[in-house]
Write a protein that binds this ligand. Structure first.
Ligand code: ZN
Length: 235
């Protein structure tokens, strides 16, 4: 198996769009995978296609490396998860100290399924936007979790996989800086206008940091990160 072929966990959000650019900058062939588990922000899944098309339009060199997009129906995950993303309940902290947007073990499942697809398509590098810095306490975003999963999946499939997490140790402001380093203003414009992060799926109003309700935890992180990045560039 070649180690220059990657599969990016791509949701259409800011983080996974940055991960996609990171992979396109580095690997000869890049495919994308998305999961539909009945999330309330279905608008994010629609954003996937818009972002992919914009990248193809604006970055011809990357377009030549960008291969198939895989969409996996994970309705079962929505059924076994009682969370604010998949049910009409308010986003709040649970007694365990986690926001109830948490779908238990979600990333473990995503990485395993991605590797299954990768196995069949000769893609040995899985790229995900997991991050310990702004991770809201999700244990399946931790570096140790991902490394353990890389070992388990490689052993379980009898095939060496590498799980890359370029955002693991950077915050949201540094994620903007990374995107700008990779694709300049053209890429940050795509992320601002086409990517979607808001938990409530709000896209009515464009803010300086993109579309969203401006109040949910995802919007607050995105907004604060963007403002810190703009200030750091101006400084
Ligand atoms: Zn929001």
């Amino acid at each position: 198996m070649l180690f220059n072929r990657a599969l990016v966990l791509f949701s259409g959000g800011q983080d996974s769009t940055t991960c996609l650019a990171w992979a396109l900058d580095r690997y000869a062939h890049v495919e994308t995978i998305g999961f539909d588990y009945g999330q309330k922000h279905h608008v994010e899944l629609n954003a996937r296609q818009v972002v992919l098309q914009s990248i193809k339009n604006k970055f011809p060199a990357w377009a030549a490396r960008l291969g198939a997009d895989h969409m996996i129906d994970l309705g079962a995950l929505g059924k076994i998860s009682d969370t604010a993303l998949t049910r009409d309940s308010a986003i709040k902290m649970t007694v365990a100290g986690l926001p109830n947007t948490f779908v238990p073990g979600r990333n473990l499942l995503f990485l395993t399924l991605a590797a299954s697809v990768g196995y069949r398509r000769d893609l040995s590098v899985m790229v995900g936007g997991m991050c310990e810095t702004d991770f809201s306490g999700y244990p399946d975003c931790r570096d140790d979790t991902i490394k353990a999963q890389q070992v388990a999946v490689s052993l379980g499939m009898g095939q060496r996989f590498t799980f890359e997490t370029p955002l693991m140790w950077i915050d949201k402001a540094e994620t903007w800086a990374l995107a700008h380093r990779l694709g300049g203003d053209a890429l940050t414009k795509i992320i601002l206008e086409d990517s979607h992060t808001c938990y409530h799926g709000v896209r009515e109003r464009m803010h300086s940091w993109g579309y969203g309700c401006g109040e949910c935890p995802a919007c607050e992180l995105r907004k604060a990160g963007y403002q810190r990045w703009v200030e750091s560039v101006a400084a």
